[in-house]
Design a protein around this ligand. Structure first.
Ligand code: IMP
Ligand code: MG
Length: 186
């Protein structure tokens, strides 16, 4: 599949699975009070289209808590090597966040701009709490002041694809996360 396009496997399918389970356990522990008080439906998961689809699905399945709803928002822009692509303006409906414990589920944080926009947007809806779980984080994200409570893997500053992450809508279906060979977008 995609012969020669992937220069290296950064995170294997197995590593993704293990890390997802680990993050889900950590989150479950931190939100244990909600379960104890019979308020698990106060937890709302919000995924960011489209890259986070795979992680969101597997994370929600691994989570021993049943949030009331999972909703999706599209990011304002998507970053790509050497070019910027607009994701369009369509926004999926978002469950009411007021008084709810909102957990944003992200695939990857690079500059942190997407997350900043989403955090600002959701903050105006007065959630009871607002946290972020991301599978991957690049070095630049560490420099900006975005509060990310749960991080799967800190990865090098390279363009990666697979497990929901795409380049020009390709490679999302790879079961692992790999580095895209620069010849593909050169
Ligand atoms: P940020 O706003 O710079 O943090 O970028 C976040 C978004 O850009 C992610 O949610 C992805 O959709 C996309 N993105 C950033 N880096 C990569 C990458 O290496 N591969 C695929 N998509 C990426
Ligand atoms: Mg994303």
């Amino acid at each position: 599949m995609y012969d020669g396009d992937i220069s290296s496997v950064l995170v294997t399918e197995e590593q993704v699975r293990e890390k997802t389970a680990e993050l889900a356990q950590q989150v479950a522990g931190d939100y244990a009070d909600l379960v104890r008080d019979g308020r698990e439906s106060d937890l709302v998961l919000i995924g960011v289209l489209k890259g986070a689809v795979m992680f969101m699905t597997d994370f929600a399945r691994a989570l021993p808590i049943r949030p009331s709803s999972s909703s999706w928002r599209s990011a304002p822009t998507a970053r790509r090597p050497r070019r910027r692509v607009s994701c369009g303006s369509s926004r999926t409906s978002t469950a009411t966040s007021a008084g709810r414990h909102v957990l944003i589920v992200e695939d990857i944080i690079d500059s942190g701009l997407t997350l900043n926009w989403l955090l600002g947007n959701l903050q105006t809806r007065s959630p009871a709490s607002l946290e972020v779980v991301t599978l991957l984080r690049k070095p630049d994200a560490v420099k900006v002041d975005v509060p990310v409570r749960y991080v799967g893997f800190d990865i090098p500053n390279e363009f990666v694809v697979g497990y929901g992450l795409d380049y020009a809508e390709r490679y999302r279906d790879l079961p692992y996360i790999g580095t895209l060979d620069p010849s593909v977008y050169a």
